[in-house]
Design a protein around this ligand. Structure first.
Ligand SMILES: Nc1ncnc2c1ncn2[C@@H]1O[C@H](COP(=O)(O)OP(=O)(O)OP(=O)(O)O)[C@@H](O)[C@H]1O
Ligand SMILES: [Mg+2]
Length: 356
């Protein structure tokens, strides 16, 4: 049975559509990341699931139970907000203990549970303090601990690591992943950080402008984006998209061989080098593409150990294995099926042909 089932959820604010026709099924024990740009409706969707906001239409079921009209406290959900809300006048201990206190748990049980979750997120030494005596990252952990103290049917986490610096974020991410493995929690995790979504999510939901663009494993989303939005939202630098006479053609920067060699089935994009960037692990090579494609900027990402010297203004070729090309419809910008992709004519060249 699905832990969470959303059916055609719609939310409009003053006739402006913020969530459009969202359907999603989350399995028990699954960790699903919701990824999308600012303002695309991620928090609104989470608030609807939690019952803090009512959907304009659509249905929500949790563990097979229709919860569409249930009061938030009857939904068996724990939520960590984007702006974590700790009670300023309560100690960290009492903040974390709060959900158990209102559930009327015994004193001893509360004490043990607080110690356990505080240790889990690494704040056991801070329990006597007030929220204002904690750093932003420590407060975020306290909010996480408060959500983890019960084992609800579903966790909703809205950018719970957004206030941590890059290093703490990385370790918190590892903790969260371990925690999920240990406790088997089912979670929806909102972020606009693609690395976080890729690292944490069993599956990723990519949203834009209130619409789900794609649901898939990190690999599916990266390798087979459903449309040009997903293709260019995921990946740094993003997928190159160029216009050929009959379709949009996409290729990831790291699939490019600059100046060859030609493989058994490769596609060749004539380019003029603009500039290069050294990023430590990779070298980025920016180029403008030449006919028969629309003149657009494309990027190659070359591992630094294979770094190559190219001069500004130099004309060369970006050679891409044909199986790495992705094709999108010019009008709808949706990915073309394999069969349709084969009908797109491109300047393919193979190593055999080049000897002729
Ligand atoms: N109560 C409200 N009344 C009117 N518009 C709202 C309300 N709440 C949210 N919105 C609008 O709905 C859209 C989606 O907001 P939401 O908070 O869900 O975005 P988000 O994806 O969480 O963005 P972020 O990544 O910045 O947190 C935004 O355009 C926002 O301005
Ligand atoms: Mg938000």
């Amino acid at each position: 049975m699905a832990a969470l089932e959303l059916t055609e959820i719609v939310k409009t604010f003053e006739e402006r559509s913020v969530v459009s026709d969202v359907s999603l099924s989350v399995s028990d024990g699954e960790f699903v990341a919701i990824l999308g740009p600012s303002g695309c409706g991620k928090s609104t969707l989470l608030r609807i699931i939690a019952g803090l906001e009512h959907a304009t239409s659509g249905r929500i079921s949790l563990g097979g139970r229709d919860t569409t009209w249930l009061h938030p406290k009857d939904r068996d959900i724990a939520m960590v907000f984007q702006n974590y809300a700790l009670y300023p006048h309560l100690s960290i201990f009492e903040n974390i203990a709060f959900p158990l206190r209102i559930a009327g748990a015994a004193k001893r049980e509360v004490g043990e549970a607080v110690q356990r979750v505080a240790a889990l997120v690494g704040i056991a030494h801070l329990l006597g303090r007030k929220p204002r005596q904690l750093s932003g990252g420590e407060r975020q952990r306290a909010a996480l601990a408060r959500a983890l103290i019960r084992k609800p049917a579903l966790f909703l986490l809205d950018e719970p690591l957004s206030n941590l610096d890059a290093k703490l974020r990385q370790s918190a991410r590892e903790e969260l992943k371990l925690l999920q493995k240990k406790t088997g929690l089912t979670a929806l995790y909102v972020t606009h950080d693609q690395v976080e979504a890729m690292g944490l999510g069993d599956r990723i939901v990519v949203m834009n402008a209130g619409v789900i663009r794609q649901v898939g494993t990190p690999e599916e989303i990266y390798r087979y984006p459903a449309d040009t939005f997903v293709a260019t939202f995921i990946g740094t630098p993003p997928m190159n998209i160029v216009e050929s006479p009959d379709a949009l053609v996409g290729f990831r920067p790291e699939t490019v061989q600059v100046g060859g060699p030609l493989g058994p089935d490769t596609t060749v994009f004539p380019v003029e080098i603009q500039r290069t960037e050294y990023l430590g692990n990779v070298q980025l090579i920016y180029a403008s593409i030449l006919g028969p494609f629309e003149p657009e900027r494309v990027i190659a990402a070359v591992p630094v150990k294979g770094a190559i010297a190219v001069a500004e203004g130099e004309r060369t070729e970006f050679v891409v294995p044909t199986e790495e090309l992705r094709f999108f419809d010019k009008g709808t910008r949706l990915a073309l099926t394999k069969a349709l992709s084969h009908s797109v004519s491109l300047p393919r060249r193979s190593s055999e042909a080049s000897h002729v």
